[in-house]
Ligand binder design. Structure first.
Ligand code: NDP
Ligand code: 8X3
Length: 268
């Protein structure tokens, strides 16, 4: 159905949802924004880069005729998160789905040589950021006794690999936090899903290797990695199930990746 008619249909049937996506300026978050906007939902897109958010908002609004609210903040800054999210305009407060996606890896060095500043940034972003955003959004969900929190972990949180140390630990924490949220939020009717992708070709490796394009592209050579859209389609599927069904935990890899370490790469 064309986007405009889908939008009118959703508004008419009261099926239009409000989605909040962190890390929507790039990669998996941006692809999630496209997937949910294409289905007629209104979306709060967040990240640190205002210019990218504004450009994405314009693109989504004109392509899908949906409302988009871009909010620029750093998830690792507790005050910024609560300032931005605790006083959302009324039309944006009924958040149905929170996608905690903002995150990064920095460096791939042995434990004894890795940068401690990089460790701090990863833990503050991947762990603290997810905690702050979740706590800031939860009151909106709790007051309506419904909601769905989707946390983007990683296969690196399920199995540690060489020189992955603190990135792996931060994603293991996301896995643990997802499990604990699922228990504690049961009385409030809130679903919690942990999605743990293997290698996805995005800006992730460029960020990890601090702009070294050679190292970044080498990370995806010899196999067909997941695309951001593959993960976004999976997120969308998890979010589209009937109210009483919750996918708790889902690990997704491309065909040529078996676990966090083992890849079957093309020869030559
Ligand atoms: P990208 O680098 O393409 O996107 C990362 C997003 O996170 C950007 O939008 C970035 O926006 C945002 N972000 C980073 N730090 C902050 C911050 N402090 N505050 C707010 N936003 C922030 O990578 P991906 O799309 O691949 O990564 C998305 C998530 O998926 C991450 O959590 C990552 O760990 C996870 N993941 C990625 C995999 C992969 O192979 N690509 C595999 C498994 C999991 P901005 O810079 O504008 O703030
Ligand atoms: C990103 C996937 O394998 O680079 O979380 O850690 S990996």
């Amino acid at each position: 159905m064309p986007a405009f008619f889908l939008h009118v249909y959703f508004v008419f049937c009261g099926m239009k949802k409000t989605i909040l996506i962190t890390g929507a300026s790039s990669g998996i978050g941006e692809a999630c924004a496209h997937a949910f906007a294409a289905a007629g939902h209104q979306i709060i897109i967040t990240a640190r880069r205002q210019d990218l958010l504004d450009a994405l908002a314009e693109k989504l609004e004109s392509a899908y005729h949906v409302k988009i609210l871009p909010l620029c903040f750093d998830v690792s800054k507790r005050e910024e998160v609560f300032n931005c999210l605790s006083k959302l305009p009324e039309a944006w407060q009924d958040i149905d789905i929170l996608i905690n996606n903002a995150g990064l890896a920095l460096g791939r060095d042995p434990f004894d040589k890795a940068s401690i500043d990089d460790w701090d940034t990863m833990m503050h972003t991947n762990v603290d950021g997810l905690l702050y955003v979740s706590r800031a959004v939860l009151p909106y969900m709790i007051s309506r006794k419904k909601g769905h929190i989707i946390n983007i972990g990683s296969i690196a949180g399920k199995q540690v690999y060489e020189n992955g140390n603190v990135y792996c630990a931060s994603k293991a924490a996301v896995d643990s936090i997802s499990q604990s949220m699922r228990i504690d939020l049961l009385p409030h009717g809130i679903k919690v899903t942990g999605i743990h992708p293997g290698a996805v070709e995005t800006n992730f490796s460029l960020v990890r290797f601090k702009g070294d394009a050679g190292k970044a592209s080498a990370a995806y050579q010899g196999y067909i990695p997941l695309s951001a859209k593959d993960v976004a389609d999976t997120v969308f599927y998890c979010a589209s199930l009937p109210g009483h069904v919750c996918i708790n935990d889902l690990t997704i890899t491309c065909l040529q990746q078996a676990d966090a370490i083992y890849f079957y790469k093309n020869q030559g």
